[in-house]
Write a protein that binds this ligand. Sequence first.
Ligand code: NOJ
Length: 856
Amino acid sequence: MILSNVFLFLLLALTVSAKEKGLPSSPGHYPSPQGGRSTTDAAWEAAYLKARDFLGNLTLIEKLNLTSGISKFGVCVGNTRDLPDKNMWGICLQDGPVGVRATDYNSAFPAGITAAATFNRQLIYERGRAIGSEFRGKGVDVALGPAIGPIGLKVLGGRLWEAMGSDPYLQGVAGAETVKGMQDAGVMANAKHFLVNEQETNRFTISSNLGDRALHEIYAWPFADVVHAGVGSIMCSYNLLNNSYGCENSYLLNHVLKDELGFQGFVVSDWWATHSGVNAITSGLDMDMPGTVADGKEGQSFFGSNFTISVLNGTIPMERLDDMVTRIMAAFYMVNLDQVREERGPPNFSQNTPNDTDYLFPLVGMGPLITVNTHVDVRTDQSYDVAYQTAAEAIVLLKNKNNTLPINGKRKVKKLSIFGRAAFPNRFGPDCDSRANVGCQPEQQLGASAMGFGSGSATLPYFITPFEALSQRARSERTVVDYGYDLETTDPTFSYMAQTSDVNVIFAMSYAGEGKDRENFTLWYNVDDTIESACKLNRNNIVVVTSPGPVDMERWIDNPNVTAVLFTTPSGQDSGQALTDIMYGDQDPSGRLPFTIAKHARDYVPISTGKASSENGKQQDDEPGKRDLLLDYRYFDQKNITPRYEFGFGLSYSKFSFSGLNIETVKAPDEHLPPPPGWKEPYSSNNVSINATDALFPGTGIDRIPYFVYPYINSTSQTTKNMKPYPFPDEYTTKQKSKPSLAGGASGGNPVLWEVAYRVNATLTNTGDRIARHVAQLYVGYPDSERFPSPPKQLRGFDKIELRPNETRPVRFDLLVRDLSVWDSVTSSWIVQRGEYQIYVGSSSRNLELHSEIHI
Ligand code: NOJ
């Protein structure tokens, strides 16, 4: 169905109305900065040359086809239309951050939060590369990951596990390493979701309200890292930011992302996150996915023919369409997709059917009958190694009394009992929800879990549950193994088992996913009761928690009979094996908490569940500036709240000591940024016929598939009918700026931000008796300042180092200018304040063994 062009005129920028109503608002910024004007990015420059060549040969319809999905019915979750005359099949976009979703013979990697918990840059890169190579093997062009938000403001957020920890620096490093790995493997990465998609409840309607400082210093920070790393695409988010939707927020997309961060790739909408045509396009959206206005409103699009009409009637300038296409194709060439596609061919799977042979568009029973699934096995040894090692290196040892761990280390365990559903296979299959479209519900998660649910999941090739690995290992060490899957603690069998073993291992979990935040911090299946009961019966109990975020452990954590506690985040296919190997000391535990575990739920920012504002119908989250800079440990430090376990915490079976802190000045930073490199003149193509008759649906040569989105128009009169001028906001202009903002100028922002200002050196010694890895962490406290009150300290460096017993190694951190900068909303730029900077090096955010100062 083609909509009337009335759609085109419907859309008033929400920003304007929000401001009038006294709600937090987002200023308008126009036009969308044209890509390819940067003078500093050689790789992008080369990609833009190719993209412009390509653009020069496209018809209007071909251009439009590249900017929109065809519907949700294609082979991938997002598909642009084929351009047969250009010998180009459509671009395939597919979920998600832990591996290729909704297919088979792929790996299911540990989640983003788990990669972050390794604090191992190289391993995070390798994980990205392994994921990338599997996407490439399946014929995917754009892999929808990594998620570098939510950033953990709300610890019950359903998708915390997909992203990379409650600190912008950690998310930035982990996101950038992942992007580099994926793109080196030959798939375009897609960093998501831009911006402040912190909760799932009301995710389509909530306005996340944020001050400009927090926006830059916390939420957009990791996106600067991935842009700096050359990410090809970024997904805008469902929620509103200061009352303007993520995918039509010109401040966010045009100004922050494309100007200040110098992003050269393209912005794609989250699925059905587009709420307008002209408004979204002029606000910086480059590609609409899956192309329709809402799920269930098949065939209706804000793009498609509405876009065509708005170009033909001059509402949207051709320059903007050309820029959208050029950005898409530049990103395509940037990751060499032209060559990669030649080598690997089109997608060899369909996410919409498990059949080998089916219609090309099985959900509508249309298109030729072809082989849709060739079941290509994309798993490699590298995938398996990296998936395992990431799971192992992310495991956090929280408590270890009397050398309880490693098992059989100091004392031989003769009998071991395993309790808690979280150890055992689920009778509905492993992570049943991960098999997209089979309708398995989160409530059916009745056992061990490898991931969360929703679009961030992937089909498991196998799943080693903790029960499987632990019981096998215990048996091989001649330990007697007993277990109870779902035993009531009042059951005599439970008492017998718990009492008669040398050690009980009790598995606890909580679970979350897309569209559903956790309801509370409580562990599932009454496991607190199980733990307390076991503690009454036995003096040696190990608790293993698997959770997408912090949980409440207060009922038992101080119980002296809980002798050891391990914490893991969703760990993928090898979860149980990795845990077992750590428990037996094959490797030293070296994961560190990527978030703070509080003692009380009230210490955290709650999920907003309130009513929508009567002013504009949107639910208003916190007030901007209220506490938005104080994320996670920043908040606990500032408010002097003692957490249960702090960010960055994790024990080892060995011991470490730091010494010898010294700081070299590489290049002392100026207070203000110098003007960035200029932009090249805007590019103008205007080579295409904009004759409305060329946009009519062709009489022959094309079968119209029901429910699909087409850019064709039905009649040339559509371009003039109901012509009223579009109500652009006052700030709207089509004139490109002549130079970037002070904060911009290159990928990731003003290049000076990325220069090394100081080098912090220290030494680390393994004083224990085991080979082990330690995470050296660097935190910086900014000068006391009334103008820029800042959290007491912020993570600004980390490195994981492996040491043999008694070995000493140097630790080196490069402090970049950005690491010392605050965002000044008055000048809209970064400032390095003059004053004393506190430099801390140590083992966690609250265990900082070394301290010094830098005077700037
Ligand atoms: C919605 C999710 O928010 C996004 O992350 C995902 O990539 C798309 N759906 C496509 O499945």
